[in-house]
Design a protein around this ligand. Structure first.
Ligand SMILES: NC(=O)c1ccc[n+]([C@@H]2O[C@H](COP(=O)([O-])OP(=O)(O)OC[C@H]3O[C@@H](n4cnc5c(N)ncnc54)[C@H](O)[C@@H]3O)[C@@H](O)[C@H]2O)c1
Length: 466
């Protein structure tokens, strides 16, 4: 196995980071107090452990490996480890050839064994943070993994949490578990930081490497160490004063999206009633060169972040006798959208003298957004369930998602002459760019387009829009 590249000499007192004085950055950081000698930055071979190789962890592992830093991935699913060690990618944003090259160079391998973290300089946790059945934060996966990590923690290591969570998790949950399991003191014997992942699956203009990375350590020394570890692999690092600031930053970003999408969804429902084309309104407003940011309505929120993360904050806020009304209202509006979509399909069919009961419905696109294969929290699943509950005969087509195991459905092929004409209505729920919407609009008897995929196409009055 080749030698991992040594950590570039990032002097703790060097000046590349914005606002470091403002965050209490300590240019005279005493490395010895944090368990390492002041000469370590030049000497230390960097080896990173990434815990959880999913949508966040695998791209991050690749960014470090591509910077010449050896990475061990700790992944609970053994078959995923096998895939990686064989040089195969199961995450759409990680090209198989790039992954195979890193594995071949000995810069990336995966294992289920937490003992492999022992000779690492940093452990980066990228595990899911879902809501439980009562829609409260469920940190079980993160806490269980932290217990395992603690058993292998050694002096001088950095532990970073990247999973989205409420402010206080890193300080009040993670650090005590690490201390209890290791007998070491956080911020003194080892470093702890929070750094939110901002990956947007399918996006190509900004990647894990090029998206600025916010980092907040438990102490200024923890922040300084985290900056040293991340900086060789990432284009921009943004230090903040505490883990709580970093945790809240990620939540603000997601809540900002959720609230603005909810506003567009509410306007879309009003425009529907007033017979105004909401898409035309939004496009016209977006011509204003300042003071307006374009968000789009749609059939509901999907993915791991926006439908879930805001509720981490509203749960935590209650502890402070505070009600986060924007979050709750946005959640209510956004979660209602699949019901609105089904009601609109019902109205569209009515105009043809048909009812949903018994109607043949083709749902076009089921991933939670265009051009990706991620089904998590996809509103299409709710739309299909609601349609089935009304007695509709539902099929779907999505080249990215050939199976819907939880609904026991498979994507139907669109073959032969005029495949869309076989349905009473075609519902465009996710607008993958490979689909020719001109053909959909021409061939289908009735189309309800929840994504404005048919924008600019002339139709014979058979296309309804959200
Ligand atoms: N997916 C996104 O677009 C995105 C964007 C920004 C932030 N996030 C946040 O990042 C975190 C991770 O999300 P994700 O989308 O990568 O999740 P994911 O489900 O895609 O990946 C998690 C991985 O961890 C593995 N795993 C589960 N338990 C484990 C354990 N105990 N030890 C080792 N591996 C284990 C799973 O098998 C899986 O491969 C979440 O908090 C999420 O909110 C996600």
């Amino acid at each position: 196995m080749p030698q991992a590249r040594r950590l570039p000499a990032v002097a703790v007192a060097s000046p590349p980071f914005v606002g470091r004085e403002a965050m209490g950055y300590n240019p005279t950081f005493d490395g010895a107090a944090a368990g390492r000698s002041s000469s370590d930055p030049q000497e230390l071979p960097v080896k990173i452990a990434v815990i959880g190789l999913g949508y966040v962890g695998l791209p991050l592992a690749m960014v470090f490996a591509e910077a010449g830093i050896e990475v061990v991935g700790i992944e609970a699913v053994a078959s995923r480890c096998d895939e990686i060690n064989a040089g195969r990618s199961y995450i759409q944003d990680v090209p198989g050839e790039s992954l195979a090259a890193m594995v071949a160079e000995g810069l990336l391998h995966a294992t289920t064994d937490y003992a492999a973290t022992e000779d690492c300089d940093a452990d980066i946790i990228c595990l899911p943070t879902p809501l439980n059945a009562n829609r409260e934060p469920d940190l079980t996966l993160v806490k269980d993994a932290t217990v395992k990590l603690a058993g292998h923690l050694r002096r001088g290591q950095l532990v970073t949490l990247e999973s989205t969570t409420y402010p206080g998790t890193t300080r009040d949950e993670l650090a005590p578990i690490l201390e209890a399991g290791s007998g070491l003191k956080a911020g003194v014997d080892f470093h702890v930081a929070f750094s939110p992942e901002r990956v947007d699956p399918g996006r190509t203009d900004y990647t894990t490497k090029s998206t600025p990375k916010v980092i907040g350590g438990l102490t200024p020394a923890c922040t300084a160490r985290a900056l040293e570890v991340y900086k060789p692999a990432l284009d921009h690092v943004v230090p903040v004063s505490t883990p709580e600031v970093a945790e809240m930053t990620k939540l603000l970003e997601n809540i900002f999206r959720s609230v603005n999408i909810a506003l567009m969804n509410e306007l879309a429902m009003l425009c529907d009633r007033m017979r105004i084309d909401v898409w035309e309104v939004i496009d016209a407003a977006a011509t204003k060169p300042f003071g307006f940011m374009k968000f789009q309505p749609g059939p509901g929120l999907g993915g791991h972040c926006i439908p879930i993360d805001p509720f981490y904050l509203s749960w935590k806020a209650r502890e402070f006798d505070f009600w986060t009304e924007f979050i709750e209202l946005a959640g209510k509006v956004n979660e209602n959208m699949p019901y609105f979509c089904v009601e609109k399909l019902h109205r569209a069919l009515n105009t043809r003298g048909k009812s949903l009961n018994g109607a043949k419905v083709l749902v076009l696109g089921v991933a939670y957004k265009a051009d990706i294969d991620d089904l998590r929290e996809s509103p299409a699943l709710k739309v299909i369930r609601l349609l089935r509950a009304q007695g509709a005969d539902v099929r779907y087509h999505d080249a990215y998602c050939p199976q819907l195991p939880e609904l026991e459905m498979s994507s139907v092929p669109l073959e032969g002459e005029r495949p869309y004409a076989a349905y009473d209505v075609v519902a465009i729920v996710t607008a993958h760019s490979a689909v020719d919407y001109r053909v959909v609009a021409q061939e289908a008897d009735l189309v309800v387009d929840f994504r404005n995929a048919t924008a600019g196409l002339s139709s014979a009055g058979n296309v309804w829009k959200l």
